[in-house]
Design a protein around this ligand. Structure first.
Ligand code: B12
Ligand code: SF4
Length: 510
């Protein structure tokens, strides 16, 4: 389908997303931000390709029906649970322009290769660079950018934050992690790649290193990467940077001192649980050696903010167990409130998923789109209703807003002598932004769609289908199947045949 001639080819890159809170409006302030669309965009020659990005997290649900006929090529990326959304969007684009070519890559086809081959024209199993082969095949090699660099110009506004990736994947194998399921090798980016990314960011307020594990298992390489970012910080390109590290990073105090000396002002670690038994069950041994309160203290003493994620596993924990941990955090000014609170998800392809299938712990009639970390999808240890009723108190700290505000103030005050003024302000504002009242502003259509959503029940067996499953317009009968949710389990809680077929392996085309 080479498109010779003068007109630029029109390429739309879409991050398909279902918001767990069923908001169709943009989520602008959330850090981190999906970067694959902008990395992918960099592979298209800007002289010959008109590239647009629609990230359904950042821009909100794609409801601009007039734009469905715009692209010649649509490239999809997205999280595993968002397969149905990519499927729906592909139907809209095909209906509006039967000649459109669709491509998908990332977690969705890695989890559901066979099904993706049925739906999309090109299915990529590799990393972003694999889009080059697809571009060459569809338009010709001359449509590939000479020097592919992330198109951060398309990502503006960046909300004062630039993103850089210095390594891919992870050297650990936590049982619940999608990366363990994907089984790809932990690998560093070259000096050239990091330099190109940093150049693309230009001058900004802060930089987030979004590696899954910035620390890794090669000290020399870690030092190289810290030095490269530190150099830019010393040159004044940004005021501070932050990164995600695993618990083992904290075993060597010199690591903390080193990153702090190089301008790092925030570290995030996936603490996941304060309960060692839960950590062991996740094979999260790197967190067993790191006490969250110690990590928070070590960071604060080095002038850094410590952020972390918490996961509740109601198949192993009772409501009382989980609430005890939460209340202990709320009462302790020395540790911040978590940045991310979620329920464990047996993500398709992970060892945890296989165990859940074996144990028969998945709830009946489970949809893939239910697996977003914000609702019950496995039989809990206690009655379903008891746990579901508690979940909003855990995820959103519902009914505890005053305690959240008090905690934020006490935490900021506690570390005021160690943290700079802007960090103190941040530690005060972040929890209020995360757990405070959130009003979703967007286009009228997006706000109307959010409004139409039935209330959440926090349980897969009682939640109603989201509004996106009703097509925005009349579509041919053949497109109806694109709006049927992918069911993971049947009414007995066993894997459905459709799902088993969907995830079977096929030869990759790209
Ligand atoms: C930004 C981010 C988010 C954002 C937006 C993500 C999005 N895509 O919409 C938000 C905050 C919304 C988010 C939410 C969640 N996230 Co998140 N998130 C990330 C993060 C930090 C960065 C993603 C990124 O941009 N990376 C850089 C880009 C370049 O790489 P990438 O997207 O990983 O893509 C690589 C490949 O997949 C491939 N690729 C991807 N797309 C395409 C397309 C084509 C055509 C090709 C060729 C290749 C390709 O190329 C890339 C490598 O070169 C990653 C961790 C990480 N460091 O990567 C986790 C990560 C993606 N998230 C993860 C998880 C578990 C979650 C949550 C479930 C957490 C929770 N418990 O609540 C929720 C999901 C909620 C939901 N609705 O389902 C997992 C993976 C989950 C999955 N497979 O679905 C990751 C890997 C973290 C981890 N180690 O566990 N997340
Ligand atoms: S340390 Fe984090 S990124 Fe690495 S396997 Fe565990 S959960 Fe995944």
């Amino acid at each position: 389908m080479a498109m010779a001639g003068h007109k630029k080819v029109k390429v739309l890159i879409v991050n398909a997303y279902f918001d767990p809170w069923r908001s169709a409006t943009p989520t602008r302030w959330f850090i981190p931000r999906a970067m694959a669309p902008y990395y992918l965009a960099g592979y298209f020659d800007p002289q010959q390709c008109d590239v647009k990005v629609w990230d359904e997290v950042f821009h909100g649900a794609f409801l601009k029906t007039k734009l469905f006929s715009w692209p010649d090529l649509v490239v999809f990326t997205g999280l595993t649970a968002c397969f149905d959304r990519a499927h729906q969007l592909s139907a809209y684009f095909r209906h509006a322009n039967p000649k459109v070519v669709t491509v998908i890559g990332g977690p969705i086809p890695r989890a559901l290769p066979a099904l993706c081959h049925e739906i999309f024209d090109y299915v990529c199993q590799g990393d972003v660079e694999d889009i080059s082969d697809v571009i060459a095949d569809i338009f010709g090699p001359s449509f590939i950018a000479d020097i592919p660099s992330p198109r951060l110009d398309l990502a503006r506004p960046m909300m004062g934050t630039g993103y850089v990736e210095t390594t891919k994947y992870c050297n650990f194998t936590c049982s619940f992690c999608a990366l363990t399921g994907e089984n790809r090798k932990y690998q560093p980016h070259s000096d050239q790649s990091i330099t190109r990314q940093l150049d693309g960011i230009k001058k900004t307020f802060a930089v987030m290193v979004m590696d899954n594990n910035f620390y890794g298992n090669n000290r020399e390489d870690f030092l190289r990467r810290v030095e490269m970012i530190g150099d830019r910080w010393r040159q004044g390109q940004f005021r501070s940077w932050g990164a995600l590290v695993t618990g083992d990073f904290f075993k060597r105090p010199e690591n903390v001192a080193l990153v702090a000396k190089n301008g790092c002002r925030g570290l995030f670690s996936g603490v996941e649980s304060f309960d060692p038994d839960v950590l062991k069950s996740f094979n999260k041994k790197q967190s067993l050696t790191a006490e969250p309160r110690d990590m928070a203290r070590i960071c604060a003493e080095a002038g850094m903010f410590f952020d972390y994620g918490l996961l509740a596993d109601f198949t192993r924990q009772t409501v009382a167990d989980v609430d005890l941990q939460l209340q202990a955090i709320l009462e302790d000014p020395a540790i911040a409130l978590p940045a991310l609170v979620a329920l464990t998800i047996p993500i398709v392809g992970t060892p945890y998923f296989e165990q859940s299938v074996q144990k028969g712990s998945l709830l009946p009639n489970l949809l893939l789109s239910d697996m977003d970390g914000q609702k019950l999808i496995e039989w809990p240890k206690e009655p379903l209703e008891t746990v579901a009723a508690y979940i909003p108190r855990y995820l959103k700290l519902k009914g505890q807003k005053l305690a959240v505000a008090k905690h934020a103030a006490r935490h900021a005050w506690h570390w005021r002598k160690h943290l700079a003024c802007d960090m103190t302000a941040l530690s005060l504002v972040l929890p209020l932004q995360r757990f405070g009242l959130q009003i979703g502003f967007g286009s009228l259509r997006q706000m109307r769609q959010s409004f139409r959503e039935p209330p959440l029940t926090y349980c897969a067996t009682t939640d109603h289908l989201r509004a996106a499953y009703t097509p925005l317009m009349r579509l041919p009968a053949a497109a109806e199947k694109c709006f049927k949710p992918l069911r993971v389990t049947n009414d007995r809680g066993q894997l459905t045949e459709t799902f088993q077929k969907a995830r079977s392996r096929v030869a990759a085309t790209a």
